[in-house]
Design a protein around this ligand. Structure first.
Ligand code: PDD
Length: 287
């Protein structure tokens, strides 16, 4: 039995005891939003930014935030304290609550709030040093990929396409332009310049994405935020994925072809190291 302690609607309990009614709109419609927050040395990383994005997602789906940022922060600390491991990741989800099945928003229904924290295993040294296999696919998701919605069927289908052929992540293109991965943002390097997709309705505004651009600026690595045509991405010297749980990983083969020389590139190595150093600095400051 798992010893994980979770939070559901005001109470802490073992994961195995947490129950939601089948009419929860999260279950019936995927009508909810979520966040995934990395926790290093028991300290949530960039929590304020994650809470800001949560608010943005809630606003987009017209659901009132059930808690203040201070309450979310206390809850995140509490769930981390009640679970094992120095490094964890907090998953939190808010749905529109329980109501008879009807597409229309229910009136006067309390949202369901669920929070759990699991051990965070960042990618192994070997994975960082070898990079990962990526494949490409046409992005067939909806047009509000900026909302961190629990409706992740399209993302699950995408991820499985990669797993089916022994790859790790899918790099998606829509109308001839790079969008993102099934659960990550995608960066490319061209002539030594880091290229990032603009934050618009077609991609999730990643927290790690922001950190990467800040670190690139601090390191004097030229960066451009602009639309990236598919042919440019396919010819890139380097391709990376970023996310809160995978941090930064180089995609070293794309559709079975090597990216650059097939090894994580020099710009990746600098930013990866800068990210590790930055994490340590932030954690020391928080201590
Ligand atoms: N996913 N794009 C998508 C579609 C994502 O699902 C994620 C993260 C990202 C990266 O965002 P961030 O850097 O803020 O983690 C981009 C999380 C980790 C998940 O669903 O598990």
């Amino acid at each position: 039995m798992s010893t994980e302690i979770v939070y559901l609607n005001g109470e802490f309990m073992p994961l195995g005891d947490a129950r939601i009614p089948v009419l929860d709109r999260g279950f019936i419609f995927g009508d909810g939003v979520y966040e995934v927050i990395p926790v290093y040395s028991r300290r949530p990383f960039r929590l304020a930014e994650h809470l800001r994005r949560l608010q943005r997602s809630l606003d987009a789906i017209r659901l009132a935030n059930p808690m203040s940022d201070a309450e979310w922060e206390r809850l995140a600390q509490e769930i981390v304290a009640r679970n094992q491991g120095e490094d964890q990741y907090v998953y939190l989800q808010v749905t529109r609550g329980v109501a008879r099945r009807d597409h229309a928003f229910p009136q006067n229904v309390k949202p369901t709030v669920f929070v759990m924290s699991s051990p965070l295993t960042t990618p192994s040294r070997e994975t960082v040093e070898n990079g990962i296999k990526g494949i490409t696919a046409t992005d067939f998701r909806w047009l509000r990929c900026d909302v961190k919605s629990t409706s992740l069927l399209a993302n699950c289908l995408m991820r499985q396409l990669a797993l089916d052929v022994g790859a790790v992540e899918v790099v998606m293109f829509r109308d001839g332009y790079l969008t993102e991965g099934s659960a990550s943002n995608v960066f490319v390097v061209k002539n030594g310049t880091l290229l990032a997709t603009p934050k618009n309705h077609l991609v999730l505004p990643g927290i790690t994405y922001d950190v990467v651009l800040e670190l690139a600026a601090a390191a004097g690595i030229p960066a451009e935020v602009r639309e990236i045509p598919e042919h440019e991405a396919r010819a890139a010297e380097e391709i990376w994925i970023t996310s809160s749980t995978k941090e930064i990983l180089a995609v070293t083969t794309l559709d079975e072809k090597p990216v650059g020389d097939g090894k994580p590139g020099p710009v990746f190595r600098r930013i990866y190291q800068a990210y590790q150093d930055y994490k340590r600095t932030v954690m020391r400051q928080a201590a």
